[in-house]
Each structure stands twice: as C-alpha cells, then as structure tokens.
Design a protein around this ligand. Structure first.
Ligand SMILES: NC(=O)c1ccc[n+]([C@@H]2O[C@H](COP(=O)([O-])OP(=O)(O)OC[C@H]3O[C@@H](n4cnc5c(N)ncnc54)[C@H](O)[C@@H]3O)[C@@H](O)[C@H]2O)c1
Length: 349
C-alpha cells in the first residue's frame, strides 16, 4: 500500500509523539523533519528521513501531502500558512495561535487556498468523546441544561523552574484549560459569554494556579469549569480518560452533562434518565455505554489522512481552533477584569 507522506515541523515533545504514531500507523510515513536544532537533525538521521533547518526548505524539497505543525505557539500561523500556500494540508497543534487575530489569519488563508487545516485538539478523537457527542446529538438527554468540568491536578515544583511558567500567559488556563473548553464546545456547542475568577494564592507567582469559570452557551445552557494545578486531586480528563500514558489512570469522572431528559458523565459514559414519570421523586435508571479504547493521537492522524484525501471534513477546523482559543482567552480576561466577557463570532471568510 502507498503510505501517505507526512512531514513533521517541530520535533520537540509532542512532535516526537506524532512521529511515534506515524510510525505505528501502517498508512502514513514520515517524509521529513524540519527543526533547526541539533537534536532535530540527529532524530532525522536516526530515522533515516531528510532533515531541514526550516520548513520552507522542506516544503520545497519534499512536497509532502500533509505536515504536522508542532512548533511553539507563536509560530503556528506563519508556518501553517506557508504549508497551505504550498498546497500542503496542515495539522496544527493547539492552541491554533497566540491571539484571535492571528487565528483569523489562518482561517482566512485556509478559505483562500482551499487547503485543509486540522487543529490538534486531540480529545475530540477519543472514542469516549465521540460517543458522548453522538448520545447528546441523539436527543436522549433532551434539551441540554448544564455542564460541569473538573481539571484539578498537581504540577511538581520542578515544573516551575522555567521562568515563563511563572509568568502571566504561561499558566494552566492556556496550557490545560483550553482542552476542557474545546471538549465542552465539541459536546455542548458555541460559548456565548464567560465569567471567571483566578487565584495565585498557593504559589504566589504572577501566573494563576487556580481558576473558576462560568460559561453561557449559545443554547442557553450554563457550564462551570474548575481548574487548579496546585491541587492534590485525581479529577481531570488526562488522569481518568486513560489517554495519557504519563499519568497513572484514576477511576473517577471529570465531565458531567445534564439535560431535561437525562444526564451523562465522562469518561465512564454513564447515562441517567427516568423510564416513566420525570420527577425528582421517581427512580432514575442507569445505562452504561462501552467503547473500544483508542489512542486519540493515532485516531487524529488517521482522520488527518482522510481530511487530506477529501473524504472527511476536519473534526476541528481552523475556525474551531479560533473559537476555542477565544473562549479560553476570555476566561483570563474575565478573571482580570471581573467582568463578563461576550464572545464575538469568528468569521469563516
Ligand atoms: N495536543 C497535545 O497534547 C499537546 C501536548 C504538548 C504540546 N502541545 C503543543 O505543541 C506545541 C509544541 O509543544 P512542545 O511541548 O512539543 O514544545 P517543545 O519546545 O518540546 O518543541 C518545539 C520544537 O519546535 C522546534 N521549533 C521551534 N521553532 C521552529 C520553527 N520555526 N520551525 C521548525 N521547528 C521549530 C524547536 O526546536 C523544538 O524542537 C505547542 O504549541 C504546544 O501547545 C500539544
């Protein structure tokens, strides 16, 4: 079988995860690595693939079908836009950009070139998330009323030795909460406005260690998200979904969704509803869905292949990446201003 050639731009921590998954895929092959460091060159050599110090040389020399952009956040849009100009589809790591204006530049470049962009919010590719979305879209929960997500975990002191992690913008809102916001958008639809409070009371760094946000969805449903990287707690998706080998798995839930006719918890996919009378005096019935476990990064790459071939539309488009970034930045802005932040709709053109 002809394997689809995929280049990697940025061979750091997550870049190496993508290389591993490309190698295991059976349907994709690593076409080249672009990364200016000696470590990038050594990795390319060890894998026997061409190495380039910069992505433009790679795009001209190799002509892959797709490229994974796993460089630092501030470079995502410029690098991905170059891919599109060369007719190469881009899987852009999250966050899609540093700012909403930058993200809009990528949305515009995508619309102008017609070359696909997939944003790397990998949780969407977990079979648990996809089944949960199917259940919600089937109407079994009735009208969605409320959602609640917990993202509480403990980062060790050594994590904060890098100065940027102690400064505003380097904290868990943009690094971690963005995944929960994206998952909630995937399940619940667009977010209309955000209220929030943040605290740095535990570590005293400029960056937040704890945040609480209230989300108003366009449907009228409300959501809460509680985030802390200073809490000795198991309640977060990365621990309980089993999708990150780096963390021991915990048998707890992190996301709760309630509708007028039923409610669902994740990742266990337990659905509660009333068989007969709908009343708090009646007995609730519990149903359990079960899904095959699958690695979301591998699933994401298989989907990227289908997107390149035109057989599937991106599950997380550039505009989705923009809207998730916008809602996440709004949590920070709302906490700083102590005002509710209303989200402007991003434009698809
Ligand atoms: N989806 C996820 O689970 C996940 C996890 C971790 C990181 N990320 C995202 O992936 C991105 C990279 O994060 P990381 O932790 O791998 O960072 P990292 O610092 O480990 O790696 C970044 C790599 O990019 C290279 N690089 C920098 N500028 C480049 C350029 N212009 N062209 C080519 N290579 C360049 C660096 O040399 C480095 O090797 C970030 O946007 C981050 O938010 C996503």
């Amino acid at each position: 079988m002809n394997k689809t050639p995929i280049a990697l731009i940025g061979a750091g921590a997550i870049g190496r995860t993508h290389i591993d998954r490309i190698g295991r895929s059976g349907t994709l092959r690593l076409a080249a690595i672009a990364d200016p460091t000696d470590a990038g060159r050594a990795l390319a050599q060890s894998l026997g693939v061409p190495w380039y110090a910069d992505h433009l040389g790679m795009l001209e020399g190799v002509k892959p079908r797709g490229a994974v952009v796993a460089t630092p956040n501030g470079t995502h849009v410029a690098v991905a836009a170059d891919c599109l100009e060369h007719g190469v589809a881009a899987l852009v790591e999250k966050p899609v950009a540093d700012t909403v204006a930058e993200a809009q530049r990528l949305v515009d470049a995508q619309a102008r070139t017609g070359v696909p962009v997939l944003v790397g919010h990998h949780r969407r590719h977990n079979p648990i998330s996809r089944r949960a979305r199917e259940i919600l879209q089937s109407g079994r929960l009735g009208r969605l009323v409320a959602a609640s997500a917990m993202a509480t975990f403990l980062k060790p002191d050594a994590y904060f030795e890098a100065a940027w992690r102690r400064q505003a913008g380097g904290g868990p809102i943009l690094i971690n909460l963005i995944h929960d916001i994206d998952l909630l958008r995937f399940l619940m639809g667009e977010i209309e406005s955000v209220q929030a409070a943040s605290s740095n009371a535990v570590r005293g760094f400029a960056v937040e260690d704890t945040s609480a946000a209230v989300l108003r969805f366009a449907s009228g449903a409300l959501g809460t998200v509680l985030l802390s990287d200073a809490a000795a707690s198991p309640w977060c998706w990365d621990f309980c979904s089993g999708e990150q080998e780096a963390y021991p798995r915990q048998q707890v839930q992190s996301h709760f969704i309630a509708g007028t006719h039923g409610s669902l918890s994740l990742p266990d996919l337990q659905l509660w509803n009333y068989r007969g009378e709908r009343s708090w005096h009646a007995e609730l019935t519990l149903e359990q869905s079960a899904v095959h476990q699958a690695d979301p990064y591998s699933q994401q790459l298989q989907h990227f292949k289908a997107v390149i071939e035109g057989s599937e539309a991106p599950l997380c488009s550039a505009l989705d990446g923009l809207r998730t970034l916008q809602a996440t930045l709004a949590v920070h802005e709302a906490a700083v201003s102590a005002q509710s932040v209303r989200l402007e709709a991003g434009s698809s053109q």
